[in-house]
Design a protein around this ligand. Structure first.
Ligand SMILES: Cc1ncc(COP(=O)(O)O)c(C=O)c1O
Length: 456
């Protein structure tokens, strides 16, 4: 039976029987069965069209014809491992190097973000001769054992923090210890890292790396204050470690103004290692690690080969090249700036329109850059208590209104917008109009409950 002819109920029953429940579905109470997608739209088995506000993997748009064609054409000619000389891998490495600061000039190709971060960890350890890692609270860096260990978002629910892992506070100027009224949050948060490093050193630990997403996304769509990374890099380098920028969710022009999100931190800041995934292949399993000559040389000096069966195959590199071509041809980086600014302006208007009423959560603050935007839902302004249940309700109502959105952050109260880069001004208008209608409805419901309560 063709998969798209099977009823949704039958698919769900089969999935429940055959697939581990650890592999979760979006909207578990009423999952969406998606059978095709194009651009920024996804279609269910009934043909209903959803606006996709989540999928940062389908970076240049779902099933982009030029990316699909590049994979198909290369598949017809050759697909093998990178031990044979081939132009695609060198062409691709060259194109990527043109987007990066000069020192980041050695490339490794892999299949997933997790593989990229795991290799970054190995590179850091070989280069520094140290073992320990400093990470930001609530971070997620991948599903391999090595990365669960450096992902507070995961290890806090498992067997806890290893002795070689040290956690620094998220540089969150809304919820963290240093907020928007602090005179220099960048220095204050970087000093927290310095303190974490010193405490580790006092226990005889040696720092190999600081890992951070250039914009912490799982942590709640956080924009670290400018200058924070340079300060952190100074402390980490002093301790003999390297700076790893995880660009797996936020790279490839998503932030609009720059190609890489770490570039928001200033021209002078250059990480020692950059990891890429997700958007790099528009859905095809591609990932990459870029690093400096000294870091790569230290790894080579071990004499151990780095072999990855699928990484850097002619097809993967053709896909990666096609993604870069589309980004350029369709000027998607500039598009992310203009649509992102427009969406943020609409969200700002929502904030004005929906004052706090009782304990109804409302968007009180937006934060974002390009097409990486978060809306922090709170129960009240004074305490900034995360409006977790309200956020979940909003997301499920939006789904009923054919908008796919999700939440992030430790309180799961941050609405996250990270749509395919072809998301349009019109999409922004439609989504915010639906958000507005649902919020208005929520407020009315609360008002009528309040009236009823007073009458009783
Ligand atoms: C920031 C970040 N790093 C790494 C990963 C791991 O990537 P993958 O799932 O491709 O292994 C993810 C995946 O969600 C991620 O969000």
């Amino acid at each position: 039976m063709a998969a798209d002819q099977r009823s949704k109920a039958d698919t769900l029953a089969l999935r429940q029987r055959l697939i581990s429940s650890s592999c979760r579905l979006f909207f578990p109470e009423d999952p969406v069965k998606i059978v095709r997608a194009q651009g920024q739209y996804m279609y269910d088995e009934q043909g209903a069209e959803y606006i996709d506000c989540i999928n940062n993997v389908a970076h240049v748009g779902h099933c982009h014809p030029l990316v699909v064609r590049a994979a198909h054409e290369q598949n017809q000619v050759l697909n093998t491992n990178s031990r044979y000389l081939h132009d695609n891998i060198v062409d691709y490495a060259q194109r990527l190097s043109e987007t990066l600061p000069e020192p980041l000039c050695v490339f490794y190709f892999l299949n997933s973000g997790s593989e990229a971060n795991d290799l970054a960890l190995r590179l850091a350890r070989h280069y520094t001769g140290h073992q320990d890692v400093v990470v930001l609270d609530h971070a997620y860096h991948g599903h391999l054992s090595s990365l669960i260990d450096i992902s507070p978002y995961k290890f806090r629910n498992l067997d806890g923090q290893k002795e070689w892992v040290h956690v620094a506070p998220l540089p969150d100027t809304y919820r963290g210890p240093y907020r928007e009224d602090h005179p220099n949050p960048a220095v204050a948060y970087a000093n927290e890292v310095k303190h974490v490093v010193s405490s580790a050193q006092e226990k005889g630990r040696k720092i190999a790396a600081f890992f951070a997403e250039s914009l912490p996304s799982v942590g709640g769509q956080i924009i670290p204050p400018a200058g924070y990374f340079s300060q952190v890099a100074e402390h980490i380098h002093k301790a003999g470690g390297v700076f790893v920028a995880d660009e797996i969710q936020v790279g490839f022009g998503r932030v609009g103004k720059h190609f890489w999100a770490f570039q928001l931190q200033g021209k002078d800041f250059v990480p020692d290692i950059v990891t890429m995934g997700k958007s790099i292949g528009n859905g095809h399993p591609v990932a990459c690690v870029a690093t400096t000559q000294p870091v790569a040389r230290a790894f080579e000096a071990t004499g151990v080969e780095y072999f990855n069966t699928f990484g850097g195959s002619p097809v993967s590199c053709a896909v990666g090249l096609a993604v870069l071509n589309v980004l350029e041809k369709e000027q998607l980086q500039a598009h992310a700036t203009s649509v992102g600014s427009f969406l943020m302006e609409l969200l700002r208007q929502q904030k004005i329109k929906h004052p706090i009423v009782g304990d109804v959560s409302l968007p009180r603050r937006h934060r974002g850059v390009g097409l990486f935007i978060g809306v922090d839902l709170i129960k009240d302004e004074a305490t900034r208590t995360p409006a977790t249940e309200e956020a979940a309700y909003l997301v499920s109502r939006l789904k009923e209104n054919y908008v796919l959105l999700s939440t992030d952050g430790p309180g799961r109260n941050i609405l996250k917008f990270k749509p395919p880069m072809c998301f349009s001004l019109d999409n922004a208008r439609q989504v915010v109009a639906k958000l507005d209608a649902i919020l208005t409805d929520m407020e009315e419901k609360v008002r009528s409950c309040e009236t009823l309560r007073l009458q009783l």
